[in-house]
Design a protein around this ligand. Structure first.
Ligand SMILES: [Zn+2]
Length: 320
């Protein structure tokens, strides 16, 4: 046991389930993606989780929570979207520390797809000149002289793109990429079907995250259901196992999904669903709106402090 890691002063009383969520785990730090974790930071996190928490598979933890049998400091690790580095970088670390995990996959991006946020980040990374001008596409104009300006350009682009109607966004970004003259954008960021099978074969739970990462509140009821079902059927056909858990894209209660979507996910036969509301799950929580905790620090000591603060803050009151 590492002497650097603190004991965690955990609240007593009713059981609390901490569910962490990540997206990418980069092989090396990337200054343009300073919000993502790299392998060494992720390894520090998993060392802490393995030594000080009780890591459990998500479905088992939710079952124990329902039955009042959850161990103290119960913790689950989840990933959203389906990045290839979940297998190539995160998996060996999860295996080293024996931490179970769930990966929620948006199936439209398997086998060479790229999410819009990654296209915009790559646009800045590959733009060699001092200026990126995509104002004509409603995406702004940015100086790129310093690393800070490049990070600000990524933030600015993401903020503007997020406000675009999803149906127009991909086409607009594709036009901007063509206009800037960028070629060879990466097509290996997301899992391939073979990698997804490999991840599932290692015992990683695969969960649904819709087909095209659709924000459910932007769709009518039948389109929302079609998105959820298309993603699940594709995953089940790839891994040959039932998909039992779901994560709402973006996941903010009331904004990205509504109570009707939680009811739909339950009706479709999933066993639990996770949001991105902060907090810790308690027995009183809706199993189809479990809160999650996104670690924002790469330091294990700071993560320990966040875990404790989150646990003392109690159950999520942000369900819809
Ligand atoms: Zn997502």
């Amino acid at each position: 046991m590492s002497p650097r890691l603190p004991m965690l002063m955990w609240p007593g009383g009713s059981a609390r389930l901490t569910i962490l969520f990540y997206h990418r785990v980069l092989a090396q730090p990337d200054p343009l993606r300073n919000w993502e974790f790299d392998a060494s930071a992720f390894a520090e996190h998993m060392a802490l989780i393995a030594e000080r928490m009780s890591p459990l598979p998500l479905l088992e933890a939710v079952d124990l929570l329902r039955r009042g049998k959850l161990p103290k400091r119960a913790c689950c690790v989840t990933f959203d979207d389906g990045y290839a580095d979940n297998l190539t970088v995160a998996w060996p670390i999860l295996q080293r520390y024996r931490v179970p995990a769930t990966v929620f996959v948006a199936t439209a991006y398997l086998d060479g797809g790229r999410m819009f946020n990654d296209t915009l980040t790559e646009m800045v990374a590959r733009c060699r000149g001092p200026l990126l001008d995509v104002e004509a596409f409603g995406l702004g104009r940015y100086a790129l002289n310093t690393p800070l300006q490049r990070r600000q350009a990524v933030s600015g682009l993401l903020a503007l793109a997020k406000r675009m109607p999803p149906t127009e966004r991909d086409a607009t970004i594709a036009e901007a990429v063509r206009a800037v003259g960028l070629a060879d954008l990466p097509d290996d960021l997301m899992l391939t079907t073979a990698q997804l099978r490999e991840l599932a074969g290692h015992g990683v739970e695969i969960g649904g995250h819709t087909h095209s990462h659709a924000i459910l509140t932007t769709l009518d009821a039948s389109a929302a259901e079609a998105e959820v079902e298309a993603g699940r059927h594709r995953l089940e056909s790839i891994i040959g196992r039932k998909i039992r858990a779901f994560a709402y894209p973006n996941g903010i209660p009331g904004s990205d999904y509504a109570g009707e979507h939680a009811a739909m996910v339950r009706r479709l036969g999933f066993e639990c669903a996770v949001s991105t509301a902060r907090g810790v799950a308690t027995a009183e929580c809706d199993s189809f709106q479990l809160p999650r905790f996104q670690p924002w620090t790469s330091s294990a000591l700071k993560l320990a402090a966040h875990l404790v603060r989150n646990a003392w803050a109690g159950g999520a009151s942000q369900a819809v």
